[in-house]
Design a protein around this ligand. Structure first.
Ligand code: G6P
Length: 372
């Protein structure tokens, strides 16, 4: 068993380290010489794609968080309205769907029953379905009109890591594909984003090389009643994912919030010493958002929080406000989740290990949930 884990203590640790390769594999061959995105299976014409006037992304768990990130990218790149929904809620609320709706279903296993049922409902309503899955030939991609496979390889740990990062990569490709078939609005931006996507695996590797400070912070946070995660823009879904990882592994009350919502309730949870992990956007470009999260950091610190900030390399302003800082390489805002998620995975492993938890097989959880 030790050999299977490639020298790591757990499959999850091994899978965290496989992320640069998994993302590179997922991108390989998907961008042709002309810079066009290539899907694996498409039973839809370019005209069908051009007729799309609304996108729904439907998924569960970690895959749902990949969907939340994707909404920001799709709306920005394509100007098509995009909604993200939990598969278990989707079909029961009678969503408005027709032939010009694209439903993107994201499922690592390709067998999650809630997601499959949502897909079938979408097809009954004549919507087009595009699947993003890690499992070739599984039910969800088989029943979809178009497929893009992630190439994470087999993920053994129940808590998803490399599958999530490859879902993000695949989702970005889908967003760019939609932008391309519909006539690109931001042609320069799209080609710059493609270059940055290709550069992402090297940057993820860099984040992985510098995880030791995260481990130390995680050990310092063991024994606390709760850990809160805050973020804005795409940092918000990253906060949700960081909290989910910690819940799954440590059995600890962990919650992610849109930082702007703190004042509307969650700030009452802050006590002396409560760890708050802040996902800070780049100070370049969207500096408005950066200013706002700095205010949020000041608000929680004033109430006793210990702030751990995940920020861009060289972000001196954040460094002067936070108690601890983890730096990630610069990348376009929309792609940042490929980097900022990684320290949170390591944070969860280390904190849960300090609490004596079973990392690969947390209690009550299953890798693939095939019941509704
Ligand atoms: C289970 C797993 C999660 C996963 C979710 C969705 O709850 O424990 O890690 O995110 O299912 O799985 P899927 O295979 O559809 O992505």
């Amino acid at each position: 068993a030790a050999a299977e884990k490639g020298g790591y203590d757990t499959f999850m640790a091994k899978e965290i380290h496989e992320q640069p390769q998994a993302v590179a594999d997922t991108l390989r061959g998907r961008i042709d010489e002309a810079g066009q995105i290539v899907l694996d299976e498409v039973r839809m014409s370019d005209q069908d794609f051009r007729d799309i006037d609304k996108v729904f992304i439907v998924a569960c768990g970690t895959s749902y968080h990949a969907g939340l990130v994707t909404k920001y990218a799709i709306e920005h790149w394509t100007r098509i309205p995009c909604e993200v929904e939990l598969a278990s809620e989707f079909r029961y609320r009678d969503p408005v769907l027709d032939r010009s709706t694209l439903v993107v279903v994201i499922s690592q296993s390709g067998e999650t029953m809630d997601t499959l049922m949502a897909l079938r409902h979408a097809k009954d309503q004549k919507a087009r379905v595009l699947a993003i899955s890690n499992t070739v030939g599984s039910t969800i991609p088989r029943e979809s009109d178009a497929v893009l496979y992630t190439r994470a390889g087999i993920e053994v740990a129940v808590a998803s890591t490399k599958a999530f990062l490859t879902q993000l990569a695949a989702c970005y490709l889908v967003g760019l594909h939609l932008a391309q078939v519909r006539g690109i609005k931001y042609a320069d931006e799209v080609s710059a984003i493609l270059d940055e996507l290709v550069a992402a695996p090297g940057k993820i590797a860099k984040v992985i090389e510098h995880l030791e400070p995260v481990r130390e912070m995680a050990r310092n946070s063991a024994g606390k009643d709760r850990v809160l995660f805050i973020g804005r823009h795409v940092g918000y879904p990253v906060a949700l994912e960081g909290a989910l990882k910690l819940k799954e592994l440590a059995y600890l009350h962990a919650e992610g919030f849109a930082a702007g919502e703190l004042k509307h309730g969650p700030i009452s949870l802050i006590e002396e010493g409560t760890p708050v992990v802040a996902i800070v956007p780049s100070p370049r470009g969207r500096s408005l958002l950066h200013d706002k999260i700095i205010s949020n950091i000041q608000e929680v610190k004033a109430r006793g929080a210990k702030v751990i900030a995940i920020c861009e390399e060289g972000d001196a302003i954040t460094a002067s406000h936070a108690d601890f800082v983890i730096e990630t390489p610069a990348t376009p805002t929309l792609l940042a989740p490929l980097l900022t998620t990684v320290p949170l995975q390591e944070f969860a492993i280390e904190l849960a290990t300090a609490m004596g938890r079973d990392i690969d097989q947390p209690r009550n959880l299953a890798k693939s949930v095939t019941v509704e």
